[in-house]
Design a protein around this ligand. Structure first.
Ligand SMILES: NC(=O)c1ccc[n+]([C@@H]2O[C@H](COP(=O)([O-])OP(=O)(O)OC[C@H]3O[C@@H](n4cnc5c(N)ncnc54)[C@H](O)[C@@H]3O)[C@@H](O)[C@H]2O)c1
Length: 255
């Protein structure tokens, strides 16, 4: 079994969805987990259940991120998981309001900049693991969410330069690229839309023919956080049941 005994871990967006699953799985693996999220009600309840810490923080705010990190002398793992997709407001570039563009970039991308800029110095002495979160939207072109895709593509590249730069301090930086994980975000971006046909999506887009679970992403994060992944640096791991490598499943006749 993979263990994180005594590792000091920060999980952004840890109050819900994939982040909450990671908080639970990391805690069970022996980590000292700190959940960082805007949602205090859910964050505090989860932290109390897990014996974790909770920090209410807007991850796009430099002041708030610095205030959270000021509580630590050492950090072993930063899981940059917080992110938003703004349905109805994000879209194609000619339609997006400038304020929406700025907001998505701030929450999804500036947050990674801030947690790395102010968190990496707390990893320099002992090494550590940074886990970033992209998306299939950072790997392939997906129409209708240009601010979101811009942030996720940037996170893929930032992961590689961080890996190249900080590897010599034994700080490993890797990236998880999920798709179709059943969380409030995937419901917002797909299922709440009357035109979305889940059955045909599963048949045409997903080789495994099902949505993924938050726990299935959290297990990949657990591996990346642990010493079991000690020679993994700069990897982008698609955790999407094969969606991004899939060409055209409509040619498959069975089922
Ligand atoms: N669910 C999917 O299928 C999917 C696919 C691709 C990528 N992702 C990525 O995975 C990550 C987690 O997604 P999820 O599906 O669990 O989303 P979610 O919406 O279920 O959870 C996101 C969490 O982030 C928190 N959050 C949002 N804005 C914040 C802010 N400004 N400051 C602090 N916390 C904030 C929310 O309160 C929530 O707890 C995101 O980066 C997302 O882009 C998810």
């Amino acid at each position: 079994m993979i263990e994180l005994n005594g590792k000091i871990v920060i999980i952004t967006g840890g109050a819900g969805g994939i982040g909450a699953a990671a908080a639970e799985i990391f805690s069970k693996a022996g980590a000292q987990v700190s959940i960082v999220d805007l949602d205090a009600a859910r964050g505090e309840t989860l932290a109390a259940k897990l014996g974790a810490k909770f920090f209410k923080c807007d991850v796009s705010s430099s002041e708030e991120v610095k205030a959270v990190l000021g509580n630590f002398e050492r950090i072993d793992v930063i899981y940059n998981n917080a992110g938003v997709y703004l349905p109805g407001r994000d879209g194609r570039i000619t339609d997006i309001d400038e304020a929406v563009w700025e907001k998505v970039l701030a929450i999804n991308l500036r947050s990674v900049f801030l947690f790395c800029k102010y968190g990496i110095p707390l990893m320099m002495k002992n090494g550590g693991s940074i886990i970033n979160t992209a998306s299939s939207a950072g790997m392939i072109g997906i129409p209708g969410c240009d601010a979101y895709t811009a942030t996720k593509g940037a996170i893929v590249q930032l992961t590689k330069s961080l890996a190249a730069e900080y590897g010599r301090y034994n700080i490993r930086t890797n990236c998880i690229s999920p798709a179709a994980i059943m969380t409030p975000m995937v419901r917002q971006s797909n299922l709440d839309d009357d035109t979305f046909d889940a059955e045909s999506f599963l048949k045409l887009r997903t080789p495994l023919r099902r949505f993924g679970t938050p726990e299935e992403v959290a297990q990949v994060a657990l591996f990346l956080a642990s010493d079991a992944a000690s020679y993994l640096n700069g990897a982008v791991i698609a955790t999407d049941g094969g969606i991004t490598i899939n060409g055209d499943l409509s040619k498959i006749k069975r089922d």
